[in-house]
Write a protein that binds this ligand. Sequence first.
Ligand SMILES: *Cc1c(COP(=O)(O)O)cnc(C)c1O
Length: 234
Amino acid sequence: MTTIQQNIDAIRRRIAETAQQCGRSPKEIRLLAVSKTKPVEAIQKAIETGQCLFGENYVQEGVDKIKYFDTTPDGEWLEWHFIGPLQSNKSRLVAEHFHWMHTLDREKIARRLSEQRPATMPPLNVLIQINISDEQSKSGIKLVELPELAAQIHHLPNLKLRGLMTIPAPENDPARQLAVFQTMTQAFNQLKTAYPQIDTLSMGMTDDMDNAIRAGSTMVRIGTAIFGTRDYTL
Ligand SMILES: *Cc1c(COP(=O)(O)O)cnc(C)c1O
């Protein structure tokens, strides 16, 4: 077994243990392997463990990997998630290639993605990104803006609103970190009552996964703990 495969096993075990500790079923939590900056060989190792959800932050890099795996036997059952910031001039590539988009925070991008989604593909699954703690960051909307953007997305024919995503500011105090995630869960549950198809709360990364699961995350996005640290100088 390679290091990547051992890492994935360890993460799956940790997800299961944390879920059980707080009375949740491990099946409620999907593992998104964040493969940004990593080569297709590393992704292939992950696939060999049965991993099928992959997250990419950079549009062209993600599209290149999707096209590569489409030529392999595994391609048809992989699910590709776009999790980076999206400029409107790149929206077509996301609409034409990805299965999910986690960082929707503007109606303009939503409209473009819906218009550009090919008729031959199922609706693009989208998550609204919430700026839960870092008021300085440009990505994500405030919770007060959520009902309006959710309603706008709901009316677009080629998008399917599946839930919420957040990247909280780093927090050293575990109790405060948990409280931030719980605020997200409350908003998620409230949104579900308005839109019954909503089922996905994307939160938790390598450093804050356990508290995200305790608070109610249904999808953790794990890069470093699977693929090792990233080298941006390459
Ligand atoms: C890079 C990235 C991750 C993975 O982060 P790690 O700390 O390496 O697990 C998760 N979510 C988003 C949005 C990212 O950009």
